[in-house]
Design a protein around this ligand. Structure first.
Ligand code: HEC
Length: 448
């Protein structure tokens, strides 16, 4: 299953996947090229013509001799040589299936691509894992509240909303339900209306839909919106007790531009809350959110403001501590300021060279969006943040802002212990029956 192998076999997989999508909507694992060819070749003349296979770009790549028809020989050769990879390279987008690549954006001629749920984003580029500084805001009744709430909620949901944006209106009942299911479990809810022209009486009516304990603020001047970097009027943030973003994105995938489905397939917000309350890692932590788009002007943090306690402890915890801790598989711990300082030159070296965190699946080093849901590599801006802190003589900052305890994938350490890393093909190979089970559980995590 592992990525490297998968990349090598990827081209025939792509062929199959694109034909699979084209045909039935469901992707079949490894049918022979011949079989798919026959299915495509409607009039059985031994050639697949553009009307039989209307995905123009793919067709062009397959029609090696430019004769206007794809022969079975051409299809086989293309699948073997990976011609499709260059065409669909872009389409190596996130897929939720372990063995097959499904282009995230089927070509335009494919019939029902409108029903596209929120796109998964690179968590490190979407604010996930970052500390949110405190700030004040005012409720509809003029009481003042703070992001760093005074009560001891386990989690804080900050949901952007509007009484005029159609998608926000559709999502209001969903938020009411989620609130009523989670409020008793120590989850605090803050609703932020960020549309300056929305009417106070309608906001009050929206607030009254909730049973109780919801903080509703009218962010007329977009202060909070910019502070958090919200992207749309249905965007949601979940903060843990240490005010670290653990989820940023859509509520679920029920509504979007031009589509709605009866029940959501992925309940992102609920899943994030559930996982976090049970001390499990949040699997999908960053998605785009549909809705009326916001023009946010999040002020970039000056590098002198990056300290160990406010940001770097979170970054190391997210990407390193799962192995680098007492009892972990790494050779030393990296979960205190002293540890980080002691290993600073080597941290710079291994991160700069891309050796740590170990991640061999990414096809290209400059990627901004990874196709892997459990990708553990550092994103571009996380690296920048780490290097800025190292360059700035590694200030400690305020200890009270330190990251809370981490939640680690249960399989990681086990997985690494049971698999050996083989340099020859750059993949982790299971060394035993239990290793194979560990590999299977990683796969399950990626499949969702
Ligand atoms: C999946 C587990 C894992 C993760 C995650 C991980 N490491 Fe490591 N790290 C290891 C192991 C195992 C070694 C020992 C490798 C060896 O001995 O060849 C190691 C070694 C190192 C070393 C010593 C390298 C040397 O040659 O002396 C440094 C420094 C390091 N890691 C930093 C980091 C940093 C920084 C992160 C996060 C950005 C990180 N690691 C994430 C498992 C991990």
């Amino acid at each position: 299953m592992f990525p490297f192998k998968f990349l090598k076999l990827g081209c025939s997989g792509l062929f199959v996947a694109s034909l699979g999508l084209f045909y039935g909507g469901s992707v079949i694992a490894q049918p022979s090229v011949e079989k798919r060819f026959e299915q495509l070749d409607g009039n059985r003349d031994g050639k697949v013509t553009p009307d039989e296979f209307p995905q123009a770009a793919v067709f062009k790549a397959l029609d090696v001799d430019g004769s206007g028809g794809i022969t079975q020989e051409e299809a086989k050769r293309a699948a073997l040589r990976g011609r499709l990879r260059s065409v669909l390279g872009e389409a190596l987008g996130r897929n939720n299936s372990a063995d097959d690549i499904v282009p995230t954006q089927p070509t335009k001629s494919f019939e029902a691509p409108v029903r596209q749920g929120p796109k998964l984003l690179t968590p490190g580029e979407h604010g996930v894992g970052r500390f949110v500084a405190d700030t004040e805001f005012e409720l509809l009744d003029r009481t003042t509240k703070r992001i760093h709430g005074e009560d001891k909620s386990h989690l804080t949901v900050i949901a952007f909303t509007s009484t005029s944006c159609p998608l926000s209106k559709k999502y209001l009942p969903t938020l009411v339900d989620i609130h009523s299911d989670f409020k008793a479990r120590g989850v605090r809810f803050v609703l932020v209306n960020c549309v300056a022209t929305d009417r106070p009486d309608e906001m009050k009516a929206a607030l009254e839909r909730f049973t109780s304990n919801v903080e509703y603020t009218f962010d007329k001047d977009l202060k909070l919106t910019n502070h958090l970097g919200a992207t749309s009027t249905t965007d949601v943030f979940v903060l843990d007790q240490s005010n670290t973003v653990i989820y940023h994105g859509a509520i679920d995938d029920q509504y979007g531009f031009g589509y709605s489905i009866d029940t959501p397939r992925y309940t992102y917000l609920r899943d994030a809350l559930e996982a976090s309350l049970e001390h499990r890692p949040v699997l999908v932590s960053a998605t785009a959110a549909p809705g009326c788009l916001l023009e946010t002007r999040q002020t970039a943090t000056a590098s002198s403001e990056i300290t160990y306690h406010n940001q770097i402890s979170r970054l190391l915890q997210r990407h390193c501590v799962e192995c680098h801790r007492e009892g972990g598989v790494g050779p030393f711990a990296l979960d205190t300021y002293e540890d980080a300082i002691a290993h600073a030159p080597m941290i710079r070296e291994v991160v700069h060279r891309g050796i740590m965190p170990p991640w061999f699946a990414a096809p290209d080093k400059n990627h901004t969006a990874s196709p892997w849901i459990n990708d553990r590599s550092l994103s571009v801006s996380e690296k920048q943040q780490l290097f800025a802190w190292l360059d700035n003589k590694m200030p400690a900052g305020e200890p009270k802002l330190m990251a809370g305890p981490g939640t680690y994938s249960p399989f990681t350490s086990e997985y690494i212990r049971l698999c050996r890393f083989t340099l020859i093909n750059g993949a982790w190979e299971p060394v035993s029956e239990r290793g194979r089970a560990a590999v299977a559980s990683t796969r399950a995590a990626r499949v969702l």
